[in-house]
Design a protein around this ligand. Sequence first.
Ligand code: GLN
Length: 542
Amino acid sequence: MTKFIFITGGVVSSLGKGIVAASLGSILESRNLSVSVIKLDPYINVDPGTMSPSQHGEVFVTYDGAETDLDLGHYERFVNYKTNKSSNYTTGQIYDCVLKRERKGEYLGSTVQVIPHITDEIKESIKEGSFDKDICIVEIGGTVGDIESLPFIEAIRQMGVELGRDIVSYIHLTLVPYIQAANEIKTKPTQHSVKELRSIGIQPDILVCRSEKSIDDSDKEKIALFTNVEAKAVINSVDVQDIYEIPLILHEQGLDDIIVEKLDLKCDPTSLNSWQNYKSKREKINKNIHIKIIAKYGNYTESYKSLHEAVKHAGVHCGVNIEIDYIDAEELNDKNLLDLNKADGVIVPGGFGSRGIEGKISAVKFCRENDVPFLGICLGMQAAVIEFARNVCNLDRANSTEFDKNTKFPVIGLIEEWLDEKGSVEYRDANSDIGGTMRLGEQECIVKENSNIHDAYNKMNSVFERHRHRYEFNNEFKNLLEDNGLLISGTSADGTLVEVIELKNHPWFLGCQFHPEFTSKPTKGHPLFISFINASKEKNEK
Ligand code: GLN
């Protein structure tokens, strides 16, 4: 039977509940327990797919094509479990299900209410998303005391009563601030936050206290006394330079042993070698290289979370520290290249809409003409195709129909614009809903030999990567672009969709229609990013 660990947060948001959930998952997996992870989000959007990354951070895509909260990306970077459509539930999704049932008359005349109907739906969803693993870790978004999160908290409270406290455990994450003027840390916000949680019926088993300065034993005892938590179960998550040290820090303080004891788990001893190895590799690095990311969504490190992490992971595996600079695509043009000339490698990431696209195309041109390693992801690949069509093939004002509906040379367009019914694997048109109508999730890419991508993927002939886009390379221009030196080195399994493009006479220039950043793990690094960073390192050493 699955045992549940619920993680709530208090005092302020952004304390890193997702990282704690992910780290704990990783530690428990190392003890040979099977683990699933779920994120419950209190907002009303049915999924985050329609939310701006500048506001809400990156939209993470699961292998089965769900557009989810960026915390699922953290989970996948730490745990082996692959998150999926049942790993992220929002208030909107829960209500959507309940309302559909109500319309079908499934509630047999009863008045449909938050308790029990919404809370029952939440409990069902949690059970469904647990996939019968030994442990299911469930993170509740928001902060205790928010109106929006109440139904979720109530549902997890009920699960504790129904299943018993040897099946259900609660971890509460709080902030312990340091007041410089008094040279003291303050435990009061934590006390209040636990009081708030208890007032809605949950006594936490474990507290994880986030702090700038480490918390000593006497403070832990004080917190324990006022919150009714055992002193050994007050764990300190002190600020670290690198988030991948957190599994080590939590384990050192015995977090997993406390869980094992409380939930009476039969398992192996902990083995965190892969995190230790990652840490020692990182600590040995003494060389810096510069990677520029041509971005359009503000709040860069959140909007491009998986990409940022994937670049860092590859750096550790290539033995270089990467200084990542974001360049605002709207500021960039052929005459104002900002400090692109200082780049050892350039990435043009994914994106939607025309804002900043000309700047991205200028960046591609600079990399193509100056032998700078270039990685174009999704929109980045499309920008590379447009640039090549315009400046190498002389197709004046070639464009994607996403940005110019009337372009004479639509080198990128909606799939239904040129594939006949038989050839079309997905159906989309200009009137499709915005939410959930893209080519989404993991799909096969057939890799051509004698290409950078084939070398990068260790000579594999077929790879699986995740997609999230509406537009595609237009095959009507395939021959022309190939004749001018574009190499199409990856296609969909049926050969109809272009997945990867490269340049023949360039040290490393690659655009992929998929998003490799979603599957990069710190302990391994992603082959495509490793290959790109190695090329950038070579450029730096020249
Ligand atoms: N806007 C482009 C499309 O829909 C690219 C999307 C992306 O970069 N994820 O095809």
